[in-house]
Write a protein that binds this ligand. Structure first.
Ligand code: NAP
Length: 498
């Protein structure tokens, strides 16, 4: 194993030359293996990172275990931990450009959105959980009999935080910030395709004062490392975000090890557009809900349900508007839609649209790859005249693709919206607030937006129902996933105490 100085990982090109971050040290993989990171804007290699082995996972878990058991972190008061998280927030602000450049180069995100959405939202998660650290508390319980009972909230231990390729920084922050404020230690495995911002965060957390061993990063392949990490006997909790299929598999591995598991999984949200909606706002919402992050957004709104009188009108507006949404090079500050994150994702999306076309769906606009500098570009696509059981409607596409279906009644809209195995997000566009409340109460989803989309805040919990997952991230609700209660009950009758 090669140990290196804890020197900055940033190369001259501004991107981290990734090594593993274990026990406060930057290390190469135990077998020296490295893997290329491909830039989605060009299809070319932009840097390389260490390809961890299961031995490296063992080393990272051991470091996190030692750090937890030593009390170096859990033994601090939550107020002291809060100060360190607040420093991490400040450093994220100072290093906005490093984080945004890493996220944009790695995922293909338009640079302006990477700064304004990804870095901003991630930093605010640290700020929010730092604020909770100032008043973490337990409870005293009223008991019958002559006893005194109180309930302490304790950290769980070593948390394995596993994240997907599409929002590396935000989704890791949703796990790391609450896990840290509760006093846990962490082994973070970012997605194999998009590991870079995790390495910048390792520097930021170290510089903020997080002690060695408390936060560790292993980059590499989930197929190689995933089962080993999830089933590791020294891991006390797994926080997973990713696809429903891998999440279900990982849940089964965790359950055999009796390890608590939370899962943020796939989505296929419906956006219900009623005929009374403010059309300008609604169309803007519809477009941003499916093109944001090139549609690689678990909470995207790829299924548009339109009240029938507006069906043709909305299709016409979308066909006119979409070609004007700035599309292309993610380094251009005006770009709104960049490439997909990988060649695999591009192939998957293109194949699903081709199958829909072959089955008779109408491509209203888009439906094609764009040849631009070797990048993984796919034109934003609107598809009409599709049955509800068509693959392109029923399955998660995870690309800039919108299907549009008409409905006649409120009940039909609700039935169509709920006719999916997923249940992450949903949206309602209407000026009739009584209708909005009535419909929202019937939607099977962890979050519902009214007259907007992706109205997210660190204080508001989100998470799935049905095949979209277990548990909640964000808000004070997430703390329940990173703490356990410990009840302490005194017998007040005894003469044993003085
Ligand atoms: P994925 O293929 O399921 O991968 C997610 C993570 O799991 C990656 O780090 C992956 O590593 C790792 N992994 C692979 N095999 C594993 C195993 N056997 N055990 C443990 N971990 C393993 O998902 P993705 O393609 O990156 O992301 C897209 C999916 O994530 C979509 O379905 C999307 O809806 C979902 N998502 C959900 C939310 C939410 O909040 N509900 C948010 C964002 C995304 P490798 O990358 O190295 O394979």
């Amino acid at each position: 194993m090669t140990l290196t100085d804890p020197a900055p990982t940033t190369t001259e090109g501004g991107l981290p030359a990734g090594r593993l971050f274990i026990d406060g040290q930057w290390r190469e993989a135990s077998d020296g293996g490295r893997t290329d990171v491909i830039g989605p804007a060009t299809g070319r290699v932009i840097t390389t990172v260490a390809r961890a082995t299961t031995d490296d996972v063992d080393a990272a878990v051991a470091a996190a275990r030692r750090a937890f058991d030593s009390g170096i972190w859990s033994g601090l008061s939550s107020r002291e931990r809060a100060r360190i998280l607040q420093r991490a927030y400040d450093l994220m602000r100072e290093r906005t450009e490093d984080l945004a450049q890493a996220e944009s180069a790695d995922v293909g995100k338009p640079i302006t959105l990477a700064r304004v959405v990804d870095v901003n939202n991630a930093a605010e998660l640290y700020e929010f959980y730092a604020s909770l650290g100032h008043h973490l508390d337990g409870e005293v319980r009223e008991t019958t009999g002559n006893t005194h009972a109180y309930v302490k909230r304790e950290p769980l231990g070593v948390v394995a935080a596993i994240t997907p390729f599409n929002f590396p920084l935000i989704l890791s922050s949703s796990k790391i910030a609450p896990a840290l404020i509760a006093g846990n230690t962490i082994v973070h495995k970012p997605a194999g395709d998009t590991p870079l911002s995790a390495l910048v965060m390792a520097e930021i957390l170290r510089d903020a004062g997080v002690p060695d061993g408390v936060f560790n990063v292993v980059t590499g392949s989930g197929a190689v490392l995933g089962d080993h990490l999830v089933g590791h006997p020294d891991v006390d909790k797994v926080a997973f975000t990713g696809s429903t299929e891998i999440g279900a598999h990982a849940a089964s591995v965790a359950s055999l090890a009796l390890t608590p598991f939370t899962a943020e999984l796939g989505g296929n949200a419906a956006n219900i557009l009623f005929a009374d909606a403010d059309l300008d706002t609604a169309v803007h919402t519809v477009i941003s809900a499916f093109v944001f992050n090139s549609g690689q957004f678990c909470m995207a709104g790829p299924r548009l349900l339109v009240e029938r009188p507006l069906y043709d009108v909305v299709l016409g507006i979308l066909a006119d508007a979409l070609p004007h949404v700035p599309f292309g090079d993610p380094t251009d500050p005006d770009t709104v839609i960049g490439p997909l994150a990988s060649a695999t994702q591009l192939e998957k999306v293109a194949a699903m649209v081709e199958r829909a076309r072959a089955a008779g769906a109408r491509i209203v606009t888009g439906g094609e790859r764009v040849d631009l500098d070797g990048g993984f570009y796919y034109r934003p696509t609107v598809i009409a005249d599709v049955p509800n059981d068509a693959e392109i409607v029923a399955e998660e596409v995870f690309g800039p693709v919108l299907t549009v279906q008409p409905f006649d009644t409120e009940d039909e809209a609700v039935a169509l919206a709920n006719s999916t195995r997923y249940g992450l997000a949903s949206g309602i566009q209407t000026v009739d607030l009584a209708k909005a409340h009535r419909v929202a109460a019937q939607l099977q989803a962890g979050i519902t937006w009214v007259n907007g989309w992706a109205l997210l805040d660190p204080s508001v919990p989100f998470g799935g129902v049905k095949a979209s997952g277990w548990g909640r991230e964000n808000g004070p609700e997430a703390m329940a996933s990173y703490q356990r209660s410990h009840s302490i009950v005194f017998n007040l009758d005894t003469a044993a105490t003085r």
